[in-house]
Design a protein around this ligand. Sequence first.
Ligand SMILES: [Zn+2]
Length: 312
Amino acid sequence: MMKLFDLHGDTGYAVMKLRALHKQNIIADYQLGKRKQGGFQWLCAASYFEGHETWEDMQAMITALHEEITLCDDVSLINQKQQLKKPNPLNLILSVEGMCGIREQVEEKIDWLNAHDIKVGSLAWNDENALATGVRGNPKRGLSELGRRAIARMGVHGMVIDVSHANEKTFWDIMTCAKSPVIATHSNARALCDHPRNLYDEQLLAIAENGGLVGVVCAGAFVHRDRDMQSISQLVKHIKYLKQLIGMEHIALGCDFMDDYDNAQDTMLIDLNSPKDAQKIIDELRSQGFQDAEIRMLAYENAHRFFMQHLK
Ligand SMILES: [Zn+2]
């Protein structure tokens, strides 16, 4: 079985949803088995915020995720890069998707995130907030002054900036002010699927030229417009396209499985809706002619190398 490194899963969000249904031991009971079965050894576990949440909401989700990780012996939290070298069990790198709860005291709040082991962050989800503008916000608006301060403070802590969900203006604002390589944790090629969450060629090239990564996403709408084309085979077409454009060393997986809290049968790929079946991606890569060395790069090596270089 190929080891896998997933740049995006909404683990914090799933914890809150399942806690609201009075479930306990959420990571152990709902996540770990499927992740192990699928071959995952590393996962960027996101706390996700749509735009209406307060700072206290952000703190509550991140704190709940920490509690669940503590309850699960088979899961390790990565708080320094040396821990990335551990083999099994599942290693979690905490991330934040959207920082709408930060409206003032930017530096103090980024420091709080850092103190709570957040290693990766995007400033906005699809919304427009005090820091930045997501894909559904005003196209003329990008990073705010507060957002620039957030980027600078994240840089101080070696927190990796995620540009998935940024609108174009925010994307290019980040590219000019970020001091380290950025990643798009879960986005595909816009040339193959014209969805605002996917990236244009110039954006993909800019990420690669700066030494960053693009995680390909298994949510159906980002793979193809037609439901019956939202397949692993079509996902591999995106990977082929990215390989041609930016090179294999800049591609990773950013699956975004939503099976713990959403109707994954309708939102994920028609032939892949749970992390337990993720090795099917590897099989399809082989059958479409990818070499083992290339598959390993995409499966885990690129992401592992990136975090070894950039985490403190
Ligand atoms: Zn997302």
